[in-house]
Design a protein around this ligand. Structure first.
Ligand code: CA
Length: 229
């Protein structure tokens, strides 16, 4: 029912070396909407994002996204320092009910209508913990520095994040390479609700409940001959 670039494996090869030692945390920035992010540790480097999910809705949803908007997009647009403009919602093919959304458009919302804007996944320890704003006793925003004492780590602005269990890894002196794998189980990831009306245009398309528990992370190390250690 849905597809995106992340449905095919992506390989990234960082230039830096990983020093031998024990690593207990791995942090992933998960861009939920179009925009740009900078980090205090690398002030001249910005990460631009345009997370796009194309959804092929069932027959009958041709008017799910309104057509009376310029250039067939809705919502806000963002122009990045690089001069790129990203849109949050777009009609790809209204005749066949195919629409493009940003991830944030599909996030569940709290009782006040605020998105549960999970943007940082911290793989660490054994505890699942989701920091969700809009819930009694939970502050509206968090800064990573409130949670992790990671030298040089900081972000511009505040992000909501969750802790996802991970055993960590001890990189051995004889290790020649390490493969990190992030997996997101997309099976049934989108759910469609009728919003208690027969009108399909007010139906709610949303990521499945506890979608963050579908993320998993692993690290495997190899010696110079390619043997797993
Ligand atoms: Ca409805």
């Amino acid at each position: 029912m849905q597809y995106g670039d992340f449905t095919t494996p992506l390989a990234a090869t960082p230039e830096g070396e990983i020093k031998a030692g024990t690593y207990s945390d791995f942090m992933i920035f998960f861009f939920s909407g179009p925009g740009v992010m900078g980090m205090s540790s690398t002030p001249d480097v910005f990460a631009e994002s345009s997370p796009v999910i194309v959804v092929d809705l069932p027959e009958g949803y041709e008017n799910y996204v309104a057509t009376d908007v310029p250039f067939k997009y809705d919502g806000t647009s963002t122009v990045t320092p690089g001069g790129n403009t990203f849109y949050t919602k777009k009609i790809v093919d209204s005749n066949n009910s195919i629409f493009q959304f940003s991830l944030s458009e599909l996030y569940p919302k709290d009782a006040s209508g605020n998105e549960m804007a999970l943007e940082v996944f911290n793989f660490t320890g054994t505890e699942y913990k989701v920091y969700a704003p809009g819930i009694d006793g939970v502050p509206e925003t968090y800064d990573i520095l409130d949670y992790k004492d990671t030298p040089g780590m900081g972000i511009l602005g505040n992000n909501i994040f969750t802790k996802v269990p991970w055993d960590g890894i001890t990189i051995l002196p004889e290790t020649a390479s390490v493969t990190f794998t992030l997996t997101w189980n997309l099976d049934g990831i989108l759910e469609l609700y009728d919003n208690k009306t027969s009108d399909v245009t007010d139906d709610i398309l949303v990521l499945a409940d506890r979608f963050w528990e579908r993320l998993s992370f692993s690290a495997v190390q190899y010696d110079i001959n390619g043997n797993q250690l």
